[in-house]
Design a protein around this ligand. Structure first.
Ligand code: PGA
Length: 245
């Protein structure tokens, strides 16, 4: 049985005074884990304030071991903060930082080797969706951005259609189901039975008023939530809907 996961991605938002929100979010419970991924400067105080009620993760890591990489954090340095997750290959990093599938694969391998659980993001653009290429794009991203030892440790894949991120648009429930089924089929085919243990999140404009219907889709184990994870008022009901799903 896969544990559900409600993951909040704060992106480039958050100063120390916003950490008070962590005390207001419903905590992790046996079937449903709650994760916050704050910006890097808040990782250590977030771990301290989460007090085991919540899991904490980073939003990126470097692919290589500590060394001469100005401005970057290695996976081992993130693990040293007490964070246990790292988001990798978010479309904002693929687009604004030119991250390729090969780089994301290397980062995911580094994360696993450092004992972190990678959350590997994939998803099609609006043009690719309109041209009927969404499932092909997803397959290519899975083939190229997952490391071969993915299932030797816990890992998560987030399906995030680029056109649904921050827009208020979401795919139809049928489109979400088809994408998640295709991801699960790829994982089973490539990794065998352990492919069933990888948790699959949907991400892109998840809000309190659409969460329950998204969580009812087969193979949706939770959500990667951007804007609505910044306030307990919005993130709380999403967590509650997931725990009840
Ligand atoms: P959103 O962002 O919930 O604000 O659409 C999701 C994400 O980018 O992970």
């Amino acid at each position: 049985m896969r544990q559900k996961l409600a993951a909040g991605n704060w992106k480039m938002n958050g100063t120390q005074d916003q950490l008070g929100m962590l005390a207001q979010v419903p905590p992790s419970q046996p079937g449903c884990e709650v994760l916050i991924c704050p910006p890097a400067q808040l990782l250590i105080p977030a771990v301290q304030q989460a007090l085991g009620r919540l899991s904490i993760g980073a939003q990126d890591c470097h692919a290589q071991a500590p060394g001469a990489h100005t401005g970057d954090l290695s996976a081992s340095m993130i693990a040293d903060t007490g964070a246990r997750y790292v988001i990798l290959g978010h479309s904002e990093r693929r687009q604004a930082h030119g991250e390729t599938d090969a780089l994301i694969q290397a980062k995911a391998a580094a994360a696993i080797d450092a004992g972190l659980c990678p959350i590997i993001c994939i998803g099609e653009s609006h043009a690719q969706r309109t041209n009927g290429q969404a499932l092909d794009v997803i397959q290519d991203q899975l083939r190229l951005s997952l490391p071969d030892h993915l299932t030797q440790a816990p890992s998560v894949i987030a399906y995030e259609p680029i056109w649904a991120i921050g827009t208020g648009l979401i795919p139809s429930l049928d489109q979400i189901t088809k994408a998640h089924s295709a991801i699960r089929a790829h994982l089973r085919q490539r990794f065998g039975a352990p492919g069933n243990d990888v948790r699959l999140l949907y991400g892109g404009s998840v809000k309190p008023d659409n969460a329950a219907q998204i969580f009812a889709c087969p193979e949706v184990d939770g959500a990667l939530v951007g804007g609505a994870s910044l306030s307990a008022e919005d993130f709380g009901p999403i967590i509650t809907a997931l725990a009840a799903a």
